[in-house]
Design a protein around this ligand. Structure first.
Ligand code: ADP
Ligand code: MG
Length: 469
C-alpha cells in the first residue's frame, strides 16, 4: 500500500520536494487501520504534518481503497512531547481565582513607590527588544465607534483589570489596527512594570521557532520561554496555524500552561475562532473562553481624525479639504490611508508644490485608488440628470437631442470610471443599450477631459467634485 501511495505522491509533488520530504519516510507499521511512518529528523516530521498530510492521506486512501489513519513518528531519541496532567476542558482553578482577584483595575507599581517608572528611552528599548514597535501605543491610537469596544478591552487587559478577559481574542479585516492594539497592550504593561516578561510574536514566527528548536534539539528552552518565562503572550495573526497540526499541538500546550498559571494571552486573527479554517476544535473553543472583540473599518469621522493625528505627528500641514478627500477615497484600510498620505506628501515635496485638493485628486488617480465608496450607476445617473435639469428617464431613454445625449454620455463616462462595471453591464443599466454605445461615449468624453478647456471637461470636474464629496 505504501509503495503504491508513494507512486501517486511522486506524480503530485515536484521531484525536489519528493526527495526532500517523502524519500525520508520509512514504513514502520501497516495495519488495516493505521499506517505508521518514521522519520529521523523532527523537522521533517513537523513539516510533513503541517504541509503534506492531506496529500498523504489521499494517496494512501487511493492505494488502500479506504482511508487509513496516518501517523508520523520520529525514529530519533528525542523525548516525546510531555502531556500535562490537567483536565483540559475545565477552567483551571488557578486561572479562575486569578480571574476573580483581578476584577478591579490595578494601579501601576510605581504609584506605590515600589519601582521606578521607566524613562521614555528605557521603555522604547524594552519595547524594541521584545520585537514591538514603540510607536504602537494607546496614545497613538485613534478611538472611534468602529474600535471603541476592543480598545477598551485592550486597556483593561493592559491595566491588569482584565483577568476576566483571558484570552482576549481580537479579530477584523486587514489594516484596521489589530497589531497596533496588540502591541499597545505589551507597551503599556512594560510601562507599568518594566520587569513584565512580554512575548510578542506572530503565529508564523512561533511556528518557525518551533521548527528551529526541534531541529537544534532545544525544545526545552523553547517551551520554557513560552510556558514559564512569560507573563504576557501576544500572538499576532493566529489564523496562520490553521491546518498546521504540529504547531497547533505545541500551541495548545503553551496555551494551557499559561492559562493555568493565570498568565494573560492575547491573540489577533482575521476571523472569529469558529470561522478559522483548519483549527482544531479544542483550540477554537479555548480561544473563545475569554472575550472576543472585533475591529471594524473606521467611520469617516474616525478616518479624518486618524489622518489629522498622523499629519500632526509628522508635522505636515494639511488642509481640511485634502483630509476629507483622502478620508472619502480610502475607507476600509487604515494602513492604506496612512500610506497614501505619506506618499502624497512625498510627491508634493518632490514636485515642490503645496498639497492642495487638485494635486491630491490627481495623485489619487495616478495611484489608481478607486473610490471605495459604493458609487452606484443609479446614483450617478440621478446626479447627472439633476445637474443638467433633465430626468433620469431621459438619460436611460433614447432621445438624441444634444441637451439629453451629452449628459447621457457624461453619465456613461462617470459610471465606467467610478464603478468599474463592464460595458455590457453599463449598457443594460442605461436602459438596454449596446455595449459599443457606452464604449464610444466613454472614449469621446475621456478625450475631451484630457484635452481640457472645454465645457465637457468643466462639467465633468464639477460632477466629480459632487460625486466624491
Ligand atoms: P492590522 O494588524 O489590523 O492589519 P495594523 O495594526 O498593522 O493593522 O494597522 C495598520 C496601520 O494603521 C498601522 O500603522 C497602525 O498604526 C495604523 N492604525 C490602524 N488603526 C488605527 C487607529 N485607530 N489609530 C491610529 N492608527 C491606526
Ligand atoms: Mg496585523
Amino acid at each position: 500500500i505504501w509503495n503504491a501511495a508513494l507512486l501517486e505522491l511522486k506524480t503530485k509533488v515536484n521531484a525536489h520536494n519528493f526527495k526532500t520530504w517523502f524519500e525520508k519516510l520509512r514504513l514502520r507499521e501497516c495495519s488495516d487501520e493505521t499506517i505508521v511512518l518514521g522519520v529521523d529528523d523532527p523537522f521533517v516530521q513537523v513539516w510533513i504534518n503541517d504541509n503534506y498530510m492531506d496529500l498523504i492521506e489521499e494517496a494512501v486512501a487511493h492505494a488502500a481503497g479506504q482511508p487509513l489513519k496516518i501517523e508520523i513518528v520520529e525514529s530519533g531519541q528525542d523525548e516525546p512531547i510531555e502531556v500535562e496532567n490537567i483536565d483540559l476542558d475545565a477552567e483551571p482553578m488557578a486561572a479562575r481565582s486569578a480571574r476573580l482577584d483581578g476584577e478591579h483595575g490595578q494601579a501601576a507599581l510605581f504609584d506605590f513607590g515600589i519601582i521606578e517608572p521607566p524613562s521614555a528611552a528605557d521603555l522604547s528599548e524594552l519595547v524594541s527588544a521584545a520585537g514591538m514597535n514603540p510607536r504602537y501605543t494607546f496614545d497613538e491610537f485613534v478611538v472611534g465607534p468602529s474600535n471603541q469596544f476592543t480598545h477598551a478591552a485592550c486597556q483593561a487587559v493592559a491595566s491588569g483589570s482584565g483577568q476576566t478577559y483571558n484570552p482576549l481574542f481580537i479579530f477584523g479585516g486587514v489594516g484596521l489596527g489589530k497589531t497596533h492594539l496588540l502591541q499597545a497592550i505589551g507597551v503599556e504593561m512594560l510601562r507599568r512594570d518594566p520587569r513584565t516578561r512580554v512575548r510578542y510574536l506572530s503565529a508564523e514566527v512561533f511556528m518557525n521557532e518551533l521548527i528551529g528548536s526541534l531541529r537544534q534539539k532545544t525544545m526545552a528552552e523553547f517551551r520554557n520561554q513560552f510556558r514559564n518565562d512569560c507573563d504576557l503572550l501576544l500572538i499576532d495573526d493566529i489564523q496562520f496555524i490553521g491546518g498546521k497540526d504540529s504547531t497547533q499541538e505545541e500551541f495548545f500546550h503553551t496555551f494551557n500552561a499559561l492559562y493555568q498559571s493565570g498568565k494573560q494571552i492575547v491573540m489577533t486573527s482575521d476571523k472569529t475562532p469558529q470561522e478559522l479554517p483548519g483549527i482544531e476544535e479544542r483550540l477554537a473553543s479555548r480561544f473563545a473562553w475569554g472575550l472576543i472583540a472585533d475591529v471594524q473599518a473606521p467611520e469617516i469621522e474616525t478616518r479624518v481624525a486618524i489622518l489629522e493625528k498622523k499629519a500632526e505627528e509628522s508635522q505636515i500641514e494639511l488642509s481640511k479639504e485634502v483630509v476629507l478627500l483622502l478620508a472619502t477615497a480610502i475607507r476600509s484600510n487604515v494602513r492604506e490611508l496612512e500610506g497614501t498620505l505619506v506618499r502624497m506628501v512625498a510627491q508634493a515635496k518632490l514636485m515642490n508644490v503645496p498639497l492642495n485638493t487638485d494635486l491630491a485628486r490627481q495623485l489619487l488617480k495616478r495611484m489608481n485608488i478607486q473610490h471605495e465608496r459604493s458609487l452606484g450607476v443609479e446614483q450617478i445617473i440621478r446626479m447627472v440628470a439633476s445637474h443638467f435639469d433633465i430626468k433620469p428617464s431621459d438619460i436611460k431613454g433614447s432621445r438624441r437631442t444634444r441637451a439629453i445625449s451629452e449628459p447621457r454620455q457624461m453619465a456613461m463616462y462617470l459610471s465606467r470610471k467610478h464603478t468599474g462595471e463592464s460595458y455590457p453591464e453599463l449598457g443594460r443599466k442605461f436602459g438596454g443599450k449596446d455595449h459599443t454605445t457606452v464604449l464610444t461615449a466613454f472614449r469621446k468624453i475621456e478625450d475631451l477631459v484630457e484635452m481640457g478647456n472645454n465645457e465637457f471637461a468643466t462639467a465633468i470636474a464639477e460632477l466629480e467634485a459632487l460625486l466624491l464629496r
